[in-house]
Design a protein around this ligand. Structure first.
Ligand code: GLA
Length: 386
């Protein structure tokens, strides 16, 4: 009897142990699985579009405390946290906490801009003998893809992880007036060396024009004040002068001896109010700088620095130019994250791209994409302190 009791107890103990093992195994499997799901984009619901479709928010993070949140509505970079020189992590881009605020037509905060970033004169261009008419949504010209550009569409999420978000969008033939079904991919990658890379790819089934960029407004003080004390450096010896509707005159002008010379780090506010015709036309800086590429590849060609926080954002790009916009149309109308009112010159945009109005300017590098070609550009924003 004693023997049987001992045997029974042994069986029971063995059963309990193996049961416990199974449990801990399944626990760890669950943990592993859910961490997989978690890291499958670290996705949360951002809100609903007027038609009831959900837009999500994805978090990319690295081990050095950089965190980027991006929504698939407009591919918008909603927040971007980087440490200052004392290690304090703060949000350095303008934007909103909720999707509903992005639906109120803000000026492209953080968004992907396309099919043509920047302006096309009078909303018209001719390709292969055919004239196309686009929306005239800015002083009689076409701006940033039209009434419903790539900043206002829901992108499909192809891949999402802690470090990558791949979005895709099919812009149908004649959407916003542009010819050709354009398949677009935009891939955000956050690396362990503190760089956010944005790769743009596109193909078309009819000749079209393409100029994709990102419209993030940086404020390296994390929204404490305007960007006039930020210092800017651009590897550029020429810029693109504009007329009173901000359309290029067609020439390129040397920056030498003008307030447009940022070859050395210079405060944005240092010369912004000088009596300069181009500054007057742009109400500040709202111009395209031709970048002095050495190889034409992905090269570091400029940086933004804010002395108090010590934050630096360097940019590298394959693009031939950058539109530096000093937030001259911001006027306090939009209240962003943490209740901050986005006042005059509260953000600095570094929109890497082709020159404005290239479809009508035969001397500018071409923005035409043909069916047998692949559009591929990259821009990297690298974060550090000094
Ligand atoms: C661009 C333009 C500016 C302005 C902003 C959005 O950067 O160049 O003129 O339209 O977008 O407000």
């Amino acid at each position: 009897m004693k023997k049987i009791t001992v045997m029974l107890s042994l069986v029971l103990i063995t059963a309990l142990i193996s049961c416990d093992k199974t449990k801990s195994k399944s626990d760890s499997e669950t943990t592993k699985d859910s961490s997989k799901v978690e890291s499958a984009g670290n996705k949360t619901v951002f809100g609903k579009l007027p038609d009831g479709t959900e837009a999500d928010l994805y978090t990319l993070k690295n081990k050095n405390g950089i965190e980027v949140k991006i929504t698939n509505y407009g591919g918008i970079i909603v927040s971007l946290k980087t440490p200052d020189k004392s290690g304090k992590s703060e949000d350095i881009v303008l934007g909103f906490d909720s999707l509903s605020s992005y639906l109120q037509d803000p000026p492209y905060f953080g968004a992907i801009v396309g099919r043509y970033g920047n302006r096309i004169a009078k909303g018209k261009f001719t390709l292969d003998g055919k004239t196309y008419t686009l929306a005239q949504n800015n002083l009689g010209n076409h701006l940033h893809g039209g009434l419903k550009g790539f900043d206002k569409v829901l992108w499909t999420v192809e891949e999402a992880s802690d470090s990558t978000l791949k979005l895709s969008y099919l812009s149908k033939d004649l959407e916003e007036g542009y010819p050709g079904n354009l398949k677009v991919n935009v891939i955000y990658t956050l690396s362990e060396d503190n760089a956010l890379k944005i790769d743009y790819e596109a193909t078309t089934d009819k000749a079209t024009v393409v100029n994709l960029t990102n419209h993030t407004y940086f404020n390296l003080t994390a929204g404490k004040r305007d960007i006039l004390d930020h210092e800017l450096q651009l590897q550029s010896t020429q810029f693109v002068p504009v007329d009173k509707t901000l359309i290029p005159t067609g020439e390129l002008k040397s920056v030498k001896g003008t307030p447009f010379d940022f070859s050395k780090f210079t405060k944005i506010g240092a010369r912004i109010n000088e009596k300069d015709e181009q500054l007057k036309l742009g109400n500040g800086y709202d111009h395209c700088w031709v970048l002095d590429h050495k190889s034409g590849g992905l090269e570091t060609l400029g940086a933004l620095y804010e002395p108090e926080s010590g934050r630096v954002v360097e940019f590298a790009t394959t693009e031939p130019a950058v539109q530096f916009y000093s937030g001259n149309f911001l006027d306090g109308k939009f209240t962003g994250k943490a209740g901050v009112k986005y006042q005059f010159r509260y953000g600095a945009c570094l929109e890497t791209e082709h020159y404005p109005d290239s479809p009508n300017q035969p001397k500018f590098p071409t923005t035409v994409l043909k069916p047998n070609e692949v559009y591929k550009t990259s821009t990297v924003y690298k974060f550090s302190t000094k």
